[in-house]
Write a protein that binds this ligand. Structure first.
Ligand code: SAH
Length: 633
């Protein structure tokens, strides 16, 4: 679902015209509409689930429900909103997203919670829905940078200690800021604006005292660094969740003891607990109460492996006693390494950050063995999403607001280079944008599936409609081949205006009677099949749209198609040749079945062949449906 990070979302209106202004939000189920309960003549809002009628003052209603929502959209004077929310704000790390829409619906202001609350992103989305201008006043936006305090959010990184305000302020002043990344995805680095002032450094480089020396430092690391409070260089740290904690324990070991053992293991290697991805153990421990309780409370996934698998992992500290007891010489080390490895065929002990430690405490029952391994790729802890988005024929205004919202909200946007250029104005700072050549559909789909399975929200863009000779079918087919369960990653399809609709709209109303689409590309479909369909369409008198009519190497198919249609339709049947509909180099030619090969036709062209009743009138093609009586056959 789009805008998931600000759900539940409230859309607050105090006048009927404000309700209409926010209609796109509550009608689509994105927000609960708040209206005063004393509107007695109010009968228009019919979706009861998404309506909240507050009684008394809005101030009291807000105070009572503030904590239940993660986003608020007000259609109210900014001053009034500031006064209403001021007493409710605590800290930018926990405050919700607050956005204000002006009464005329021209502007959408990201008022509060811009970065971590998600208000900037919400303001962009609401602005797209309303056709308004988003107003984002955070410094990072103007610089085209992701906010320093949200750049790890797509990858599930945890914000660690430090002077986040100081580091963000240095970025805003455009001071050089040193970034030392020791772990986690570097994808965010690939899409920074060319004039950014981040300096990518190494932990052990000598101190730099030149004028360009960094004025702040950001660490991205599983290490828990302690920053001296008196330092005048602001520092902060992100922790990618790369650590897998392997645990073996006696039956009945308490949650407290397991937690203490994990803490001790982290401390011994200066590792941050926030960098823990999850816990791994032997399958016999899948019902160990203390372990389950700890994992539940800390939001750690628990991965369990059978002894037969664990025993194949080479470890530094095997134990014969353990082997005799449970059938593998190592539980903690082997499970940690196995959970951390991306290639189970080649587990490597070099991943082990903390070799096995055994922890007991006098006052606690049981004993725990802990080891920690570091994965190459972080665990995001997020449910990935794949959005298959149709971007229409090639003009921003021809993309549905829902598809536009999906594109701006996605963590990553993947598509053929030309289409990425078409939607570039919708992209936002910090987004991962991957443009791949036209021939690499399969690689594009595989990449999108990989990122979404990992936890990212990925928009795959296709021209026109993504499910009509587009990427949607391929993505679904590949997902199925990857043992997809139909839910993870979640898939949503956003329709777009397909080429045949776009071309038809440019020439009038040629699709008013039954029609069909046939692609002349025989790369994936045998030519006999295409030819059979051409014959059937021609015989059945369908208005016919020919996609992929001719490429540089594939030139004969369109001539054969013409011959087939000439056998069943008159030579003067109207034909439209529409090249690059809705793009700057659009060319439209109205011609006939006999002559249409005189017009240049290429891979950016759609050929539209009328049926026996289609006629030309001035610069238009009209296929009568029969309203006036005699025309339809
Ligand atoms: N998914 C796309 C179709 C992709 S197949 C859609 O729904 O429109 C590519 C073919 O679509 C091209 O060879 C051309 O025949 C047609 N096409 C796509 N965009 C077009 C446009 N803007 N104008 C004319 N034809 C177009």
């Amino acid at each position: 679902m789009v805008l998931e990070t600000v759900q539940p979302l409230a859309a607050i209106a105090t006048t009927p015209s404000a309700v209409n202004r926010l209609r796109a939000l509550w009608e689509t189920g994105l927000a609960t509409l708040w209206v005063p309960s004393d509107w007695s003549d109010w009968s228009e809002v019919t979706a009861p689930g998404s309506l909240y009628r507050y009684s008394g003052s809005l101030r009291d209603a807000l105070a009572a429900r503030w904590a239940q929502y993660r986003g608020f959209v007000f259609c109210l004077a900014t001053g009034a909103v500031v006064r209403l929310i001021a007493p409710l704000l605590h800290h930018k790390a926990t405050d919700p997203a607050v956005v204000v829409v002006d009464g005329a619906g021209q502007f959408v202001i990201s008022l509060c919670g811009g970065h971590q609350g998600g208000a900037d992103s919400l303001a962009r989305a609401v602005a797209l829905q309303l056709g308004a201008t988003p107003i984002l006043t955070g410094a990072a936006n103007q610089l085209g940078l992701p906010g320093i305090d949200v750049l790890g959010t797509p990858f599930g990184w945890q914000q660690g200690s430090g002077d986040w305000t100081g580091v963000s302020a240095a970025v805003a002043r455009q001071d050089p800021v040193q970034v030392i990344q020791e772990a986690g995805s570097t994808l965010w680095q690939d899409h920074l604006p060319p004039d950014h002032r981040l300096q990518f450094g190494f932990p052990d480089s000598p101190p730099d005292t030149s004028p360009a020396a960094a004025k702040a430092r950001l660490w991205i690391s599983p290490i828990q660094r302690r920053f001296a409070p008196e330092s005048d260089l602001p520092k902060a740290q992100w922790h990618p969740r790369v650590l897998w904690v392997g645990i073996g324990c006696e039956r009945g070991t308490s949650r407290q003891l397991i937690e203490a053992a994990v803490q001790q293991a982290c401390r011994s290697a200066h590792l941050a607990e926030a960098a823990i991805a999850g816990v791994a153990t032997l399958d016999l421990k899948a019902d160990e109460a203390g372990l389950l309780e700890l994992c539940r409370d800390r939001g750690w996934p628990l991965r369990c492996f059978p002894a037969t698998v664990l025993r194949s992992i080479p470890v530094p500290t095997p134990s014969e006693i353990v082997a005799a007891e449970v059938g593998t010489p190592s539980v903690a080390e082997a499970a940690a390494v196995l959970a951390a490895t991306s290639n189970p065929q080649k587990p490597s002990t070099s991943m082990l950050r903390v070799p096995k430690q055994i922890v007991r405490q006098l006052d606690q029952p049981g004993a725990v063995t802990v080891a920690i391994a570091q994965a190459e790729r972080e665990y995001t802890g997020r449910q990935g999403q794949l959005w298959l988005v149709g971007i229409g024929p090639g003009q921003l205004t021809q993309i549905t607001p829902a598809a536009q919202t999906a594109i701006t909200q996605a963590d990553a946007v993947i598509g053929y280079g030309l289409y990425v250029e078409l939607i570039r104005p919708l992209l936002r700072p910090g987004q991962i944008v991957e443009a791949l050549p036209i021939t690499q559909e399969r690689q594009r789909a595989e990449r999108a599936i990989d990122l979404a399975t990992w936890g990212l929200t990925v928009a795959v863009i296709s021209s026109g409609d993504c499910g009509i000779y587009g990427m949607a079918g391929l993505v679904f087919e590949l997902l199925q081949a990857h043992d997809w369960n139909g839910e993870k990653p979640a898939v949503e399809v956003f329709p777009g205006i397909t080429a045949l609709q776009a071309a038809a709209a440019r020439v009038g109303a040629p699709l008013m009677h039954d029609f069909c689409a046939i692609s002349l590309s025989d790369l994936l479909t045998p030519w006999e099949v295409i030819e059979r369909r051409l014959v059937a369409a021609a015989q059945a008198d369908f208005v016919t749209a020919l996609y992929n009519p001719r490429s540089q190497t594939r030139t004969q198919q369109i001539a054969i198609a013409q011959q087939i249609f000439l056998q069943h339709r008159a030579a003067d049947t109207p034909v439209a040749i529409v090249k690059s509909a809705y793009r700057p180099d659009e060319q439209i030619t109205l011609t006939t079945l006999a002559d249409f090969l005189d017009t240049p036709i290429d891979m950016l062209t759609l050929v539209l062949i009328g049926n026996q009743s289609t006629r030309r009138f001035a610069n238009h093609l009209i296929t009568p449906r029969g309203y006036l009586g005699k025309e339809v056959r």
